[in-house]
Design a protein around this ligand. Structure first.
Ligand SMILES: *Cc1c(COP(=O)(O)O)cnc(C)c1O
Length: 355
């Protein structure tokens, strides 16, 4: 064999949660929303003129950018959109994390961060969470840990734990010379967003997604809001990589979904309500967990190993997420589904844990 393999960019890829497809399954493993997208989305798709597909989409995705800028009361120049927040965050790593000094993120967090760092050759350092899965803000201060940038999800995944905004602000305040990215994939389920801090910090980038709270994981829509200058740098990199990231359908239905605020508020409120009820049920079943402000609960059972519960649920076609990783291999991440789905889960657990 030739030596061509020496020149291959090799990476250990990110492992997405499995996407099983059984008619009777209860899918609580990848934090999707159990409710359909806003009704206007269906209507729009049914009426869509396929002739628009002949043409390249609008590279600026103006319709969607305008809708987001209006909704979040920011300038259109402060909004960047991409193919899910995975795309937005990957572009942000490429754009903002170019220092020789390691970037920082928690040791237990979204498992894509170290993969992007590896693939882009960005040095990184993982800062351990406390034993109760909380971020220790001081360890991110530049005077304590010199760094080339920071990314923190708030609430964190897969723990669901919220970092209070005052503490997050301290991290930003202590890092004026690098970009701080806050990944707010789960922000609409009750935690406080960092968006109001944009007025004070020009090095803050807030990233959100349509995949969880807006029920559109399959459409792949994510966005970032930040200082005009940050966004313009982000667009420069995007146009140097793939100028047509958002397809014509995603731009249309994304803008439509943002307009229906009543539906958005109604469905997120339902999920929050189901989550609070699920917390009580899980406690009663002998599970322990930190308080979650997301659409999932990261729980361990007092006596039964997580892997055993995971396997038993899987046999029933009830899918939750299990990570065979240090510190978290006795936890299950359970997405909040409909109340009926959760009832089925609890009914089974009640029986299983008693035997
Ligand atoms: C789900 C998730 C994302 C990615 O979502 P997209 O579907 O790519 O928008 C990003 N960060 C965290 C922490 C997530 O949980």
């Amino acid at each position: 064999m030739g030596k061509w393999e020496n020149n291959v960019r090799r990476v250990v890829p990110y492992v997405p949660g499995e996407q099983p497809n059984q008619p009777d399954m209860i899918k609580l493993n990848t934090n999707e929303n159990p409710y359909p997208p806003a009704p206007g989305v269906k209507k729009l798709l049914e009426e869509m003129d396929v002739d628009v597909m002949r043409l390249y989409p609008d590279t600026t995705a103006k319709l969607l950018v305008d809708a987001l800028a209006a909704y979040y009361h920011v300038d259109t120049k402060q909004v960047f959109v991409g193919v899910g927040s995975d795309d937005v965050i990957a572009m942000s790593f490429l754009t903002f994390f170019n220092s020789e000094t390691p970037i920082l993120f928690p040791d237990i967090t979204y498992s894509f961060y170290d993969v992007w760092a590896d693939v882009f050759r960005i040095p990184y350092r993982q800062i351990p969470l406390t034993d109760s899965f909380h971020v220790k803000p001081e360890e991110y201060y530049s005077e304590n840990t010199p760094n080339g940038g920071i990314i923190i999800p708030n609430p964190n995944a897969p723990t669901g734990v919220e970092l209070p905004l005052e503490k997050l602000e301290e991290i930003i305040r202590h890092n004026p010379d690098v970009v701080v990215i806050v990944d707010e994939a789960y922000i609409d389920f009750g935690a406080a967003s960092a968006l109001p801090l944009l007025k004070k910090y020009d090095n803050l980038l807030v990233v959100q997604t349509f995949s969880k709270s807006r029920s559109m994981a399959g459409m792949r829509i994510g966005f970032a809001i930040g200082n005009e200058k940050l966004i313009s740098y982000l667009n420069d990199v995007k146009y140097s990589f793939n100028s047509y990231t958002m397809d014509c359908t995603a731009i249309l239905v994304g803008a439509e979904a943002v307009k229906d605020d009543a539906y958005f508020k109604k469905t997120t409120a339902k999920i929050i309500e189901t989550r609070e009820w699920a917390k009580e049920r899980l406690h009663a079943l002998g599970f322990v967990f930190e308080d979650s402000q997301s659409n999932f609960i990261f729980a361990a059972h007092k006596t039964v190993p997580a892997k055993e519960i995971f396997d038993a649920l899987r046999q029933q076609h009830i899918y939750v997420r299990y990570f065979a990783k240090p510190r978290i291999d006795n936890y299950l991440r359970i997405t909040i589904g409909t109340k009926e789905e959760m009832e089925t889960l609890f009914t089974f657990l009640e029986k299983f844990l008693k035997d």
